[in-house]
Structure formats: C-alpha cells, structure tokens
Design a binder for this molecule. Structure first.
Ligand code: NAG
Ligand code: NAG
Ligand code: NAG
Ligand code: NAG
Ligand code: NAG
Ligand code: NAG
Ligand code: NAG
Length: 489
C-alpha cells in the first residue's frame, strides 16, 4: 500500500522503436545511473504487438490488440480513428488518473495518425490529459506540428528552438516545476525512430559502430514463414551499410533521450519530489538490423522485435535489481491505474494485463503468469513497391533494394510461454496465410530462434499450444489474466 498523505507522481517515458536485444540501452549512461541503479530492470518485458500504433493502444488501454481493435498504423486499422476516440480512448490510464484527481501531462508522439484531418485534426485532445503537447503524425525531430491543448504549433529545423526531444524535456521540466498536485506525465520521445536526426553535438558519435552480428545476423531463414524466406541472402552490401548506418544513427538520437532523463530527474529532485515519484522507462516495440537478413524494422514475431526495455524506480521499489517474471505492455495501464488509486491492486476490469506493483519489492514473490499472447496483422499494399518487381504485391516496407519487411500474410498470433520453474520457454505461432504456417521455438535450447521445431516436436505440444492460443486469442479482461495450467503440466 502506498503512502496516502500525498499520492505519488508518475513519470512514464516511452521511447519509439527502442530494442533491448541489440544493445539499445548501451549509449544511455545517465539513464542507467538514474533509473536502472535506482530501480528494477525487468529482463523479460515484451510487447504484445510489435508495431507502434497497436502497441501504443495496448499501452494506453491495458488491452490486447483484438480488444482495443487498433490493428495497424492506418486510420482504417483504427489507429487514432473516430471509433478509437469514441470507445477506447475514454478508457486509458490517463482517464483513470484524472478520476483520481491527478494532474496529467502528455508530450510527444501519441498514435501515428493523431491529428489527421479526418479524425478531428490537432484540435482533438484525447480524454484524460490536462496539458497536451501531442505530435501530429509519426515521429519527427524537426519540421513538425504539435498540438498544444488543441492549438496547432508549427516547428521548423532550428536546433535550439525546435529539436523535439529537447522540446519535450523543456516542457516536462516546466510542468514539474509548476505543478503542486500529484501528477501523471507521459513523455513520448521520437527517438530512436527514423528519420534519426541527431542533435548537432552528437552527430559525430559512434563513427565506427556497426549493427551487432548476433547469431541470427545475416542468417538465411529457410524454416520460417513466407515473407522471411524472400529476404535476399546473403544481404547486399547496400543492406549491410543501411543497417550499420541505422544502428549508429539510432544511438546518436538516444543521447538526447539520456539528457531528457537527467533533466526530468533533476527537476523532480530540485522540487523535492523525486522520492515520491515513480519513473517508468519503456518502448513500444523492439527492432532488428540484419537479423535473418532483414535490413531494418520491427513487425516480426522474434525476440529482437518483441523484447522491450522496462525500468521502474520509485517509492518502495527495490534498487539496482533485475526481475525475470514475464511482463507485457498490457501491464503498464493496470500498474498506473493501481498506483493512482492507492496501490490496493485495483484497476479497471476491462484491462487484460495485471498490475506490476507486487513485483516492485524484490522480497515479494507473487504467483505470476506463465504465458501471454502476441498478435499481429501484417501491413501490405495493393501496388508493387516503387522500383521493385511488378510481381511484388501485397508487401510493404521494401527498403533498401526491395527487401520487404511486411506483407498482408505476415499475420500471426502466438503464445509465448515462460515458466522458469518448469523450464518451459517456448514461442508457438500460427499464421493466417495460404500455408497456415506454424513456427515453434524452444528458447531453452535455441535462444536465437534459429530452428523451427514444428516438424520434430511431440505433436501433443502443438495441440496444447493451439488450445491455449485459441483461449488467449478470444480472451477479454479477466479471462486474459487466468494463469495457464497447460504450460505447466
Ligand atoms: C474500427 O473498428 C471498428 C470495430 O471493429 C470497426 O467497426 C470500424 O470500421 C473500424 N475502423 C474505423 C476507421 O473506425
Ligand atoms: C525542414 O523543412 C525545410 C523547408 O521545407 C527544409 O529546407 C529542411 O531541409 C527541413 N529540415 C529537415 C531536418 O528535414
Ligand atoms: C530547451 O531549453 C534549453 C535551456 O533553456 C535551451 O537552451 C534550448 O534551446 C531549449 N530547446 C528547445 C528545443 O526548446
Ligand atoms: C574509428 O576508426 C578510425 C580508423 O580506424 C580511428 O582512427 C578512430 O580513432 C576510431 N574512432 C573511434 C571513436 O573509435
Ligand atoms: C521524501 O523526502 C522528504 C525529505 O527528505 C521526506 O520528508 C519524505 O518523507 C520523503 N517521502 C517519502 C515518500 O519517502
Ligand atoms: C548495481 O549492481 C551492479 C551489478 O550487480 C554493481 O556492479 C553496481 O555497483 C551496483 N550499483 C550501485 C549504485 O549499487
Ligand atoms: C489496416 O487494417 C485495415 C483493417 O483491417 C485494412 O483494411 C488495411 O488495409 C490495413 N492497412 C495496411 C496498410 O495494411
């Protein structure tokens, strides 16, 4: 139970496309010192959908994609659609905080289609937010429009006046210094998403770094689903250079996020609020750079795209420790809702995730989930990508050299089991494609998911996983939170 005399503040820093598996946290030394050493690092944190808009919708509502209905990054896929605004946007953790009399602040990238003309424009301010600095559209560092409480403000490309990561840091500090009520902040950085504009003082950093050659780097994936089998192998020099450049550029943009973390912590400290504030650091999805010969992107069911950082510090949170329980992006909203309502384990029943509060003290060992759902509906296009073969249809994200990272048939749902006690650590996925393809990985033996064991595993395992997938694929609220008995017996 939390100290009721002054309800604790919450600062939630959400990065865009930040991986953990390819060293994404490495350049942020201030973040490590101020957040990791002062709190908990969750080493098994996952997104339930590895794409920005659906993942952000899950983060905001605490629901799986099949329940919040945001399927992709388009309005037609319910990304910031009027339907979303009418139903799901009214049930986010911001609304829960408002109901608990918190003062709320949002700054940065919201949902990819936010601010579009047909969905209310920048005049639309989502429910629950008092101070709103919402970026119109997808991540940008310069030349963007931001909605300040419904009024569009245009920014150019002067570093001192416009650089978005710095602007968010400045607006956050102003808010912290001027707010006396308990507050909830969500600071949602463009970094390290493309177009990767670094602050000028960081643009020459990491000149010799290249994308890490993990065991799946530039590996031919011939036992995997259709889209992956099409990737050019070995990668062209152009693709290799592209992913190496992406790696360096991403790290450069993260140095400004590191500065933002420091500025926010300093502001909390100088207003004597640091010991009464939870700071949460995470990302919407992971990223790959050359894994299975795919140059750059997310959207895949593999660990590099699904694993994201989660670091939390705050009152009563154990310091400088790691926890291994599987936690998911749908847990963030119930956790925040639980904190703002006093830490009694209460959050809206509609949420599919669980509150992480019982994990904040390392001495607690609560009964925990042993599996969760991952689901994704692939994005495609009805014309061939520009400059690529006219026979290439139904694909998207084809760069460089016509290697495509997504397709309509990259549509799958998976059960990820993680049960350390029983040494079960599996990923089971079914595709909605012409092949009804299945992939199964045993991470205990094959942490890099090199070998699809679908053909060799005991068929009983496939039956059990399929049953569990059907259950989770239809779950809602409480039924998503029922612990799986299948995985453990
Ligand atoms: C959003 O989801 C709802 C429910 O699935 C659907 O009826 C609607 O057409 C979708 N699209 C838009 C643009 O709202
Ligand atoms: C911003 O827009 C101006 C005017 O269109 C353009 O000249 C400039 O290159 C853009 N800057 C960036 C960083 O994209
Ligand atoms: C942020 O604030 C600092 C310090 O006042 C200032 O130098 C910088 O130009 C500001 N940056 C932006 C983008 O507002
Ligand atoms: C990068 O490599 C060049 C050439 O090998 C070397 O001169 C330089 O010191 C290296 N820079 C860093 C930051 O390691
Ligand atoms: C935070 O620190 C102040 C001053 O050091 C102290 O009075 C207060 O009780 C602390 N609050 C918490 C929640 O630990
Ligand atoms: C945090 O833990 C690491 C690894 O256990 C240790 O090396 C480091 O000194 C610790 N830092 C602090 C501030 O206690
Ligand atoms: C997004 O999802 C909607 C609804 O399923 C679909 O009609 C649309 O084609 C999808 N967009 C892309 C780019 O795949």
């Amino acid at each position: 139970l939390l100290n009721p005399s002054k309800p604790p503040n919450i600062v939630f820093i959400l990065t865009d496309d930040l991986d953990v598996q390819l060293g994404g946290l490495e350049p942020m030394s201030k973040m490590k010192k101020l957040l990791q050493e002062e709190g908990i690092t969750f080493t098994n944190m996952f997104t339930s959908t590895p794409l920005c808009c659906p993942s952000r919708a899950s983060i905001l509502t605490g629901r799986y994609s099949h329940n919040h209905e945001t399927l992709n990054n388009s309005i037609s896929g319910n990304c910031s659609s009027l339907h979303w605004q009418k139903i799901h946007e009214k049930q986010t953790f911001a609304v829960a905080a408002k109901q608990a009399n918190y003062r709320t602040f949002f700054g940065g990238k919201y949902l990819n289609q936010y601010g579009g003309k047909s969905v209310g424009g920048p005049q639309h301010v989502p429910a629950g937010w008092d101070e709103w600095w919402g970026l119109v559209g997808n991540s940008q560092y310069y030349n963007y429009t931001i909605s300040h409480n419904g009024v569009p403000v245009q920014h150019g490309d002067d570093y001192a006046a416009d650089y978005l990561t710095d602007l968010l840091a400045n607006k956050s500090v102003e808010f912290i210094k001027s707010t006396t009520d308990s507050f909830l902040m969500m600071i949602s950085t463009p970094a390290p998403h493309s177009p990767w504009n670094a602050a000028p003082q960081y643009s020459g950093e990491f000149p010799n770094n290249t994308a890490p050659h993990t065991p799946s780097y530039n590996v031919k994936a011939d036992n995997k689903h259709w889209l992956i089998r099409q990737a050019e192998h070995p990668m062209s020099q152009e693709s290799i250079d592209y992913s190496d450049n992406a790696f360096r550029s991403r790290w450069r943009t993260l140095l400004s996020v590191d500065d933002l973390v420091e500025k926010v912590i300093n502001a909390l400290s100088s207003t004597n609020q640091l010991n009464n504030t939870f700071v949460i650091f995470s990302s919407d999805n992971g990223y790959h750079m050359g894994q299975f010969s795919l140059p750059i992107d997310k959207r895949q069911l593999y660990e590099f795209d699904l694993r994201v950082p989660l670091i939390i510090r705050g009152p009563g949170v154990s310091k400088n420790i790691t926890r291994m329980e599987p936690v998911v992006n749908i847990d963030l909203a119930p956790t925040i809702a639980d904190i703002v309502s006093g830490g009694k384990g209460e959050f809206p029943d509609s949420m599919d995730g669980v509150s992480l509060l019982p994990l904040f003290n390392i001495k607690n060992e609560p009964k925990w989930r042993s599996d969760f759902l991952v689901e994704y509906q692939g994005e495609g296009k009805y014309q061939p990508p520009p400059g690529c073969s006219p026979s290439w249809m139904g694909v998207s994200q084809c760069f460089p050299s016509c290697v495509c990272e997504d397709a309509f048939n990259n549509t799958y749902s998976c059960v990820r089991t993680m049960d350390a006690k029983n040494k079960v650590d599996l990923m089971y996925c079914e595709f909605t494609d012409a092949e009804t393809f299945v992939e199964l990985y045993n991470h205990t033996k094959d942490p890099h998911q090199l070998t699809n064991i679908k053909e060799t595993v005991n068929p009983v395992v496939l039956v059990k996983m399929n049953q569990r997938l059907i259950m989770l694929g239809l779950c809602s609220g409480k039924t998503c939170r029922v612990t799986n008995e299948l995985a453990t017996n």
